[in-house]
Design a protein around this ligand. Structure first.
Ligand code: ATP
Ligand code: MG
Length: 413
């Protein structure tokens, strides 16, 4: 994966267009990549739109160099070299009827102009011809890009009724590009926000993931609150009173201070003072996050203040946090969240430099040792082993023999 080279990606995306054109088809770059190029940003990936049908695309590039997973929706993936990655080639289409507000009932292949008008926002509805270096604009997207306006294509109420996720996508694009919402588009979202609940958790999570890791993420969350999308999606952050309002303000400041956070850290930062760990788990389950991500968010919420005053902490209290898998996220959260964060984190970082055998020395005793020592099995094992471990880390004991002596003393208490 990390071998992708942007220049190669771009060259390959242009070569795919050229190949289609030489075979007599119409073909352009489409959507997000055109928007990014015109904004002077490096697109993450390139999409090509064409009047060639999926079977025509496949026979042109060959079965071995294409994937047909999305063929029913007119999408063929064309594979390039490791450095160039892949390009999605999509047949121009018109989406028929959205009876459920989530996805079209079927798709019909059509023209470039119709393909532009089924897209969500004008700035996402542009085509670019990389051979003749020409922009094709059927929807007024260029002017909106120039003025940094996010505007629904067509009647915003109709477009949001077709697919309610577009309301959240609007907020996400505002966060990514620091645009502002055109008035009618904004008004429609305000009116329809509560209807977002018909969208599948997976699609919501995909957008929330992009939204919370975008450059203007705090602005996006404020906008979610303002337009009424937070109430159905993330009621935990909606402040019922002044205290919670202040906590929210703090959480948003923390969220913005993080530098390039991954999603679990960003979500943990947003929630850290607003929910307890079970509350964080509920959010993870609501969005069908992986257990790994949900565990990380809940762990961050649980230990949000645990590094405070780290220079004064016992090693036995600090060490389990420092060796935990999520420590980098916790350090980042603490540094962004606490007035003493800097010093606490510097201290932790100096401890993390310790050699592994000092940072996480092998335990002096295991459960088997307790059994061999004649301690009857039971829930006491956990507490005993914990006490031994703490005494070891705090250098009150150094050997197995001293550990067993401590066991005897503890058992007599
Ligand atoms: P990013 O750079 O973050 O991926 P993007 O604009 O490429 O942004 P995608 O979700 O990858 O966003 O979608 C690619 C394009 O497909 C969009 O630019 C838009 O033209 C169209 N599109 C995507 N989702 C929708 C939708 N729900 N409704 C209408 N058009 C959509
Ligand atoms: Mg994209």
């Amino acid at each position: 994966m990390p071998t992708l080279v942007p220049e190669e990606q771009r060259r390959f995306a242009a070569a795919v267009v050229r190949r289609l054109r030489e075979a007599g088809f119409e073909a352009y770059w489409a959507g997000g990549c055109v928007r990014d190029e015109l904004l002077g940003l490096m697109p993450k990936d390139y999409d090509v739109a064409t009047d060639a049908t999926p079977p025509q695309i496949r026979s042109l590039f060959g079965k071995g160099r294409t994937l047909a997973i999305g063929a029913a929706f007119g999408v063929i993936t064309v594979l390039g070299s490791k450095m160039a990655g892949m390009v999605e080639v999509t047949t121009f289409r018109r989406d028929a009827e959205y009876s459920d507000g989530r996805h079209p009932d079927h798709v019909t292949f059509s023209s470039a102009e119709e393909d532009a008008s089924r897209r969500d926002f004008t700035v996402n509805g542009l085509f670019y011809d990389p051979i003749d270096r020409r922009v094709l604009d059927f929807v007024g997207g260029r002017e909106d890009l120039r003025r940094r306006v996010l505007r629904a294509i067509g009647d915003p109420r109709k477009r949001f009724a077709e697919d309610k996720l577009r309301m959240l996508r609007a907020v996400r694009f505002i966060a990514a590009f620091d645009f502002h919402l055109e008035a009618e588009t904004l008004a429609a979202i305000r009116e329809m926000a509560a209807e977002i609940t018909v969208v599948s958790p997976e699609r919501i999570a995909t957008e929330m993931r992009r939204l919370l890791t975008a450059p203007r993420r705090a602005k996006a969350v404020r906008l979610m609150l303002e337009v009424g999308l937070a109430t159905p999606l993330l009621p935990e952050i909606v402040p019922p009173d002044e205290i919670r309002h202040q906590r929210l303000d703090h959480a948003l400041a923390v969220l913005d201070r993080l530098s390039r956070p991954a999603f679990p850290l960003a979500l943990g930062a947003l929630l850290h003072e607003l929910v307890d760990p079970p509350g964080a788990r509920r959010v993870g389950r609501r969005w069908r996050l992986s257990n790994r991500e949900t565990d990380r968010v809940a762990w961050l919420v649980k230990h949000r203040a645990a590094l405070s005053g780290s220079p004064l902490m016992r090693w036995s209290a600090l060490q389990p946090l420092l060796i935990a898998e999520g420590i980098e996220d916790l350090l980042a959260l603490h540094e962004a969240a606490s007035p003493t964060g800097r010093d606490d984190v510097d201290h932790c970082r100096s401890l993390l430099e310790r050699p592994p055998e000092q940072l996480d020395p092998p335990r002096l005793l295991t459960g088997d040792d307790l059994r061999a020592h004649g301690v009857p099995s039971g829930p006491r094992y956990r507490t005993l082993l914990q006490r031994i471990r703490n005494a070891q880390l705090d250098e009150e004991i150094h050997t197995r023999a001293e550990a067993l002596e401590l066991v005897d003393r503890l058992l007599q208490q």
